[in-house]
Design a protein around this ligand. Structure first.
Ligand code: SIN
Length: 303
């Protein structure tokens, strides 16, 4: 296939995808695409109240179809309000390495300031893919933003998969990869008072192509923060393939870049996205609360 034909094929797919999304017939929320490929702004949700089941169902649907939901019209949520909202989507996931508050062990404080020596989520990743059952989704509210910068970039892993050749898709669909967390977590939370001497961090094996349990679509499931190795390949082969996939996934056409305002919320689907938190605002401060919902074991199902 010529380069041009390939490109046209991709545009067709993107157009079809965007048309399908626009038809989403929501009754309880209003959904406005931020890009044709990934991310929608959602209105009509009151996270401080008791939301009807119908609205949770629609949000679940929107999450699987648009990859990341942005909310601009929320007040600063208390930990209890944020946790109660997240729990409507499933049980909370407890981070295996980050510090946990006694009162709310499921609440992960995101705080980077002049004294920080590391920023959470600074490389492309999907949350905690080293777990056997990695989180379904993550909800982050940033309470305090720097005057500029501190954006989060999200990338659509359905689109990254769709843009591969059929031969590469077939090859990858038979592969699994090892996701470790030693690299990502060892010493990572020292500045927040965590002594991880003797800690054993999770490591799991997952399909390289994952079938999304809600949408049924295939999605690429390797990331540079956690994925160490493609199973059954020589180290050099695995490194070369992973390097290609990491570059491919980070192509700007699969991305949306979210510029936070105080109390904005992003709720992303870890099964079909990756994200990266940009640390371009030092020595300024960025502060927020993150809660994560448990997911199921990744699987691949041929279509
Ligand atoms: C994360 O990776 O969960 C942090 C994202 C962010 O701070 O924007």
């Amino acid at each position: 296939m010529s380069e041009r034909a390939l490109h046209e094929g991709k545009l067709d797919r993107a157009q079809t995808l965007s048309n399908t999304r626009m038809k989403g017939n929501y009754k309880t929320i209003s959904v406005t695409p931020v890009t044709p490929v990934i991310g929608v702004e959602v209105e009509g949700v009151d996270m401080t109240g008791d939301m009807p089941d119908e609205q949770i169902k629609e949000l679940n649907h929107a999450l699987a179809n648009h990859n990341v939901l942005f909310f601009r019209d929320q007040p600063e949520l208390t930990p209890t309000q944020q946790i109660s909202f997240a729990e409507r989507f499933g049980e909370l996931h407890i981070h295996p390495a980050a510090p946990k508050g006694e009162e709310h062990p499921g609440l992960f404080v995101i705080h980077t300031h002049a004294g920080s020596f590391v920023n959470n989520g600074a490389d492309w990743h999907t949350d905690v893919s080293c777990d056997e059952e990695p989180p379904l989704g993550t909800m982050l509210q940033i309470h305090r933003t720097p005057d500029s910068g501190g954006d989060t970039l999200f990338a659509n892993m359905y689109a990254a998969y769709d843009a591969l050749s059929d031969k590469m898709k077939a090859f990858l669909s038979e592969r699994t990869a090892v996701h470790g967390s030693e690299r990502a977590f060892r010493g990572r939370y020292k500045d927040k008072g965590v002594d991880d001497t003797g800690a054993v961090f999770p490591k799991s094996e997952h399909p390289v192509v994952r079938t999304h349990p809600v949408s049924g679509r295939q999605t690429l499931y390797v990331n540079e923060t956690f994925t160490d190795r493609i199973r059954g390949m020589a180290e050099e082969e695995s490194n070369a393939l992973l390097e290609f996939l990491f570059r491919h996934m980070a192509r700007p056409e699969f991305q949306v870049r979210f510029n936070w305002r105080p109390n904005s919320i992003a709720f992303w689907d870890n099964r079909c996205t990756q994200h990266l938190a940009m640390w371009d605002y030092w020595p300024n401060e960025r502060f927020g609360h993150r809660v994560t919902v448990k997911g199921d074991r990744p699987f691949y199902k041929a279509h």
